[in-house]
Design a protein around this ligand. Structure first.
Ligand code: 218
Length: 185
């Protein structure tokens, strides 16, 4: 396959994988971690920000034909299903330092860069959900709870749990398959 299409094909595959994991039911309502973030962050670390954002966009857009969008209004959907998912590609900021440190067998540096990328991506995504939560989801807050605090607890918990599951998989993959982060073409 031509060198240019390989990362594109991978972007489509990893976006599809992310979407399949997004079909896991929300067992803890909005507190549920986003399992789809696992393949998306791994792919972004492997291929960088440009392809990561592309895969994030595809993942977000796949929610529409599958009828998995929680729709309140257009701006909310734009923030939460396009912007927020695209932001997951920001893990790719760490691709170059990660790949350099993998060449030098610096284990701690390698792990730090990978986890930094995962943290950046998850943080920025859940800041989008926090903002959307304050503006659009405030009426769902329990009696006496402010929109800000409600959105912070809900999206803070979901974001932290998401980063947790992503971190576990990154640690395992760096130990067992470090070559995943060093594509040969
Ligand atoms: C307080 C609150 N409740 C619900 C939402 C909506 N939300 C949160 C997280 C992730 C997603 C994308 C689909 O998984 C959505 C729509 C919110 N932002 N804030």
């Amino acid at each position: 396959m031509s060198q240019k299409v390989t990362p594109l094909v991978e972007a489509a595959i990893f976006a599809a994988l992310a979407m399949v994991l997004s079909l896991i039911p929300d067992f803890a309502e909005w507190f549920t971690p986003s399992f789809g973030a696992i393949p998306l962050v791994l792919f972004s670390l492997r291929r960088g920000t440009k392809y990561g954002i592309l895969a994030g966009l595809i993942w977000g857009l796949l929610h529409f034909p599958l009828g998995k969008v929680y729709y309140l209004n257009l701006s909310q959907v734009g923030i939460e299903y396009i912007l927020a998912f695209a932001c997951m590609g920001l893990a790719g900021f760490m691709t170059s330092p990660l790949q350099k440190s993998l060449k030098t067998i610096k284990k701690t540096a390698t792990l730090t860069f990978a986890l930094l990328g995962a943290t950046l991506a998850t943080l920025v995504r859940y800041i989008c959900h926090y903002i959307a939560g304050v503006i659009f989801w405030g009426s769902y807050a329990p009696e006496g709870v402010s929109a800000e605090w409600y959105s912070f607890t809900v999206n803070g918990t979901a974001g932290t749990l998401t980063l947790g599951v992503v971190a576990i998989v990154i640690i395992i993959l760096l130990k067992t398959q470090p070559k995943f982060f060093q594509p040969s073409r």
